[in-house]
Design a protein around this ligand. Structure first.
Ligand SMILES: NC(=O)c1ccc[n+]([C@@H]2O[C@H](COP(=O)([O-])OP(=O)(O)OC[C@H]3O[C@@H](n4cnc5c(N)ncnc54)[C@H](O)[C@@H]3O)[C@@H](O)[C@H]2O)c1
Length: 315
């Protein structure tokens, strides 16, 4: 397999590299501009890993990589979201970047492309857990641009699957309430919980699913990838307090969701489970505990958010 991973230095990308690199017969190329990813997250001395610094919105670069590397499989993980007011950057990366990747993949005969999509594509969903066929109604620059990018992928002639992801939790996670509570509570600082609910899935469940989704004969189209379990940010806070063995003097404040935030994002993955014969296995408690054990060992690298304040609630 010749695997191109766009955004491969990011949180998900680096975990995917870790998973596939030891396989025999695999060559991996990562294209990343290090906007929110880190070169240090990737091994520098692996004979079967090439790292190219650059942007998916650089069409010449993207074409050159496809012509030279000729990937059989592509995981399109690159995404811009850092500044919710920077629509231009989000459009450049998430729309134009997706277009250039799709065109080059079509032209050079990529056998399977896996696209990662944010659940913010559903906007403020009318039904939760969100059904697989719920309409896209995004309203942030990230959600709107990622949805346009996904539509471009789906409108191509590629063998493509687009995964609408829940909050994937595992090594290098540096966004959202899980690292925020860990960092603040350890430093003896106060916290607040936004009054929102999310669907937290362990990295090991995600990687297991990704393996299945890369299969050329696996179903195409869009699929929700989550646990279907609704957990509040307060539930995460309680796990953090329990893990760190902290006694609170007073209850943590619960604040209303920010204007550009969504109250509940929980995915109904039953279609996915049926189509891929797969189901997430790791419990919420174990998912959070594993994350905190990882922070104990490696620390929290950085905290970015997809939404404006309050920033304890990225998806
Ligand atoms: N982690 C999750 O729980 C989650 C949930 C929903 C969707 N997603 C999607 O999964 C993908 C990966 O997310 P992540 O959590 O690993 O985020 P991340 O920020 O860690 O990774 C994104 C990577 O893309 C790179 N990048 C940004 N702009 C680029 C450009 N123009 N060209 C090349 N590389 C560029 C960044 O430097 C980074 O390494 C994204 O598409 C995101 O929308 C992730």
């Amino acid at each position: 397999m010749r695997l191109l991973i766009t955004g491969g230095a990011g949180c998900l990308g680096a975990n995917i590299v870790d998973h596939f690199l030891p396989r025999t017969g695999i060559q991996i190329l990562v294209l990343d501009n290090f906007a929110t990813g880190y070169r240090e997250s990737l091994p520098s001395d692996a004979h079967n890993l090439e790292i190219v610094e650059g942007s998916v919105s650089d069409q010449k670069l993207v074409d050159g990589i496809f012509d030279r590397f000729k990937p059989t499989h592509v995981i399109h993980s690159a995404a811009a979201y850092k500044d919710p007011d920077d629509w231009e950057e989000d459009i450049n990366t998430n729309v134009l970047g997706s277009l250039y990747v799709a065109r080059a993949a079509e032209r050079t005969g990529t056998k399977r492309l896996v696209n990662f999509q944010t659940s913010l594509t559903f906007g403020r969903p009318a039904v939760t857990p969100i059904p697989n066929d719920a309409p896209s109604k995004p309203f942030t620059s990230y959600g709107v641009s990622k949805t346009a990018g996904e539509q471009i992928m789906l409108a191509s002639n590629l063998n493509v699957v687009s995964l609408r992801l829940s909050n994937i939790t595992g090594p290098r996670l540096a966004i959202g309430p899980i690292p925020t509570f860990y960092t603040r509570l350890k430093a003896g600082k106060g916290c607040f919980c936004s009054d929102t609910n999310r669907d937290f899935m362990d990295m090991s469940d995600f990687i297991e699913f990704l393996d299945l989704s890369l299969d050329e004969n696996a179903p195409q189209g869009v699929f929700n990838v989550g646990t279907g379990e609704s957990k509040s940010i307060k539930d995460v806070f309680d796990q953090a307090v329990k893990y760190l063995g902290i006694t609170l003097d007073e209850p943590v404040p619960i604040v209303p969701a920010g204007e550009d935030d969504v109250q509940t994002v929980v995915l109904d993955a039953s279609e996915t489970e049926k189509n891929f014969n797969w189901k997430a296995k790791v419990s919420f408690e174990d998912t959070i505990r594993k994350m905190y054990e990882w922070y104990d060992e490696f620390g929290v690298t950085a905290i970015f958010s997809h939404v404006k304040k309050p920033d304890v609630d990225g998806a």
